[in-house]
Design a protein around this ligand. Structure first.
Ligand SMILES: [Zn+2]
Length: 79
């Protein structure tokens, strides 16, 4: 049982740290354009296109923050 408790404590600590990091920095650089908001097309290297993945903002809302926003919306709708 001691090992299980330790595993739960570690998982809780990791989750808490992740939640905190999502609260402090909800956005991260887009993986497709590296935060630039646009990227070179593969066919024509001179052509720079706005990034569709981040809608040319260069930032992506992190998964944890998206889940948090959704949870809050559901909570507000219920109460
Ligand atoms: Zn992007």
């Amino acid at each position: 049982m001691r090992g299980l408790l330790t595993a739960i404590a570690i998982a809780a600590a990791v989750l808490l740290g992740y939640a905190l990091s999502c609260a402090v920095r909800p956005y991260r650089d887009c993986w497709l354009c590296n935060g630039k908001g646009h990227h070179r097309s593969k066919g024509n290297r001179k052509l720079s296109r706005p990034c569709r993945w981040c809608r040319a903002s260069g930032k992506r809302l992190r998964f944890g923050r998206r889940a948090w926003n959704r949870a809050r919306r559901v909570h507000r709708a219920a109460g």
